[in-house]
Design a protein around this ligand. Structure first.
Ligand code: NAP
Length: 481
């Protein structure tokens, strides 16, 4: 027997918890959160690798309605963010509504019943509204390197860290040089016997501004919350300015490349190593990374940077083109996530059985999809950011969700008009090639066809303005059948 419910929310990261809070505040309490894991936190629960820290300021990378005066660092570490989300779940009384260990295996729109039928690993639900808060960075991407399965040592993805694993005395191979790798490398380099970093494409690594929050500052945030709000506003605008370079005038980012060069040169004396760490694309095309200890870590005697392509993995080594064997006891795959090809998109089917995977590029406002009535996706297509806090985007989407639910309270489901969604996507796809992300590099922002279905090409306040209101004329009413 399926459980009848008004709202089913998949996921309990920032998106899922935020959705439950927003709905409750609007007076809707008949909801359930389906969570495949045993705890809340989403990507901030899963990414437990050493050194994991957010690259957006704590005061901005948190819910606007729930500031945390107790951040101990100006940029939050993974454990602090996980604890923040646990605290949010407890403070807002959400735990009774969460079904842990409920992995959604299928969700399909039943046109006759006008309900979403959701199958999980522990039972079925029938919901009027479905909210997918499944996250963009939730499904680890494992590279298809020949022989990887034959490796006799430990193979770990950065997002599936084994807490029992010890770096002591290990010869470690790290594959990848994205945000995760540049945090893992310095965290491990002093413990391991050797660390070999396999780099396919160098990244721009810029100085990180993280520092401790003093006790006095924390006291001030408690006594005078406006001081913390002011810092949030300052952080927001200091990031919004970056849109001028990323979106409007990529050419001006050349100036920032000078800053990057000084950062590299201050840490790395060897011209050969500097050369190999020098990107050949415009700064910002791939995500700009922040670290003060990544470049220094590569100069450690136990560290080696390998830039030859990986040919295969054998039982005890990573072999590069030309046949050089790099022996290892552990391989760490810091190889990113399935973003536009998240497998959960295959499991959600709208009208006529079309999957979200097939319809992903047709999303409107990054939130609703033609053929998917009463369905909302958080952090959906073209809502990602290269410059600021995703929490701001999620909160914008949630305002839209609540407004849409209010507007559809008459019980008739609404489906976004395909022509409205198509016009929206045409505009985005006309704009994106002119941004820095379209300036000629490969990145996880682009799908297999080279389309950017990931990032929002503009100021975040523009997205907020567009998602402030549900516009009935953009939708059609659906009658049973
Ligand atoms: P990523 O940015 O996608 O980086 C993956 C890395 O693996 C790239 O260097 C990529 O090389 C390399 N790679 C992939 N397949 C490979 C293969 N077959 N052979 C060799 N190299 C391969 O992944 P990530 O570092 O996990 O970060 C993903 C996103 O998560 C970030 O962009 C960020 O949004 C978020 N994140 C944020 C933080 C933070 O806030 N500090 C921390 C971690 C993650 P190519 O560049 O050549 O493709």
């Amino acid at each position: 027997m399926a459980t009848d419910i008004t709202f089913a929310i998949i996921g309990t990261g920032f998106g899922g918890l935020g959705a439950a809070i927003a709905l409750r505040r609007a007076g809707y309490r008949d909801l359930v959160l389906l969570e495949r894991a045993a705890d809340v936190g989403g990507t901030w629960r899963d990414n437990t690798y050493p050194g994991c820290r957010c690259d957006v300021q704590s005061n901005l990378y948190s819910f606007s309605f729930a500031p945390n005066p107790d951040w101990t660092q100006t940029y939050p570490s993974q454990p602090e963010l996980r604890d923040y989300l646990r605290d949010i779940a407890a403070r807002y009384g959400l735990r009774p509504d969460i079904r842990f260990g409920h992995d959604v295996t299928a969700a399909r729109w039943d046109g006759e019943a006008q309900r979403w039928l959701i199958t999980t690993s522990q039972g079925e639900f029938r919901a009027r509204y479905l909210i997918a808060a499944t996250g963009a960075l939730a499904e680890p991407s494992r590279p298809a390197i020949p022989g990887l399965d034959r490796f006799a040592g430990t193979v770990m993805h950065s997002a599936q860290w084994d807490p029992a694993w010890s770096a002591d005395g290990q010869r470690v191979a790290v594959i990848g040089t994205g945000s995760s790798a540049i945090q893992i490398v310095p965290a491990l380099v002093d413990q391991v016997r050797s660390l070999t970093l396999f780099q396919r494409t160098p990244a721009y690594v810029m100085p990180h501004g993280n520092r401790p929050v003093t006790r006095r500052a924390r006291l001030l945030y408690r006594r005078l919350p406006l001081t913390q709000s002011a810092l949030r506003v300052a952080a927001y605008w200091s990031r919004e300015i970056l849109v001028l370079g990323f979106v409007l005038r990529p050419g001006i980012l050349r100036r920032a490349e000078g800053l990057w060069r000084r950062h590299l040169e201050a840490a790395v004396a060897d011209p050969g190593l500097r050369e190999r760490l020098t990107p050949r694309y415009r700064l910002g095309c791939k995500r700009v990374l922040l670290s003060n200890d990544f470049y220094p870590a590569l100069t450690a005697p136990r560290a080696a940077l390998v830039t030859d392509a990986i040919a295969e993995v054998t039982a005890d080594a990573v072999v590069t083109a030309g046949g050089t064997r790099h022996e290892a006891d552990t391989i760490i795959l810091a190889t990113g996530f399935k973003v536009t090809d998240n497998p959960v998109h295959e499991r959600i089917a709208g009208r006529g059985g079309q999957t979200l995977a097939a319809a992903f590029g047709q999303t409107y406002l990054g939130t609703v999809v033609p053929g998917f009535p009463n369905f909302f996706q958080l952090a959906g297509a073209n809502t990602g950011l290269g410059h600021s806090s995703m929490i701001y985007m999620i909160e914008s989407q949630l305002a839209f969700v609540v407004d849409a639910v209010r507007a559809t309270g008459d019980g008739t489901p609404r489906d976004v008009r395909p022509d409205v969604a198509a016009a929206w996507n045409r505009r985005l796809q006309r704009k994106l090639p002119g941004t820095v992300w379209g300036s000629g590099c490969s990145s996880w922002y682009l799908d297999a066809a080279g389309r950017n279905l990931t990032l929002w090409p503009g100021f975040t306040f523009t997205f907020r303005r567009r998602t402030r209101r549900f516009r009935p004329r953009d939708f059609v009413r659906l009658h049973p059948g």
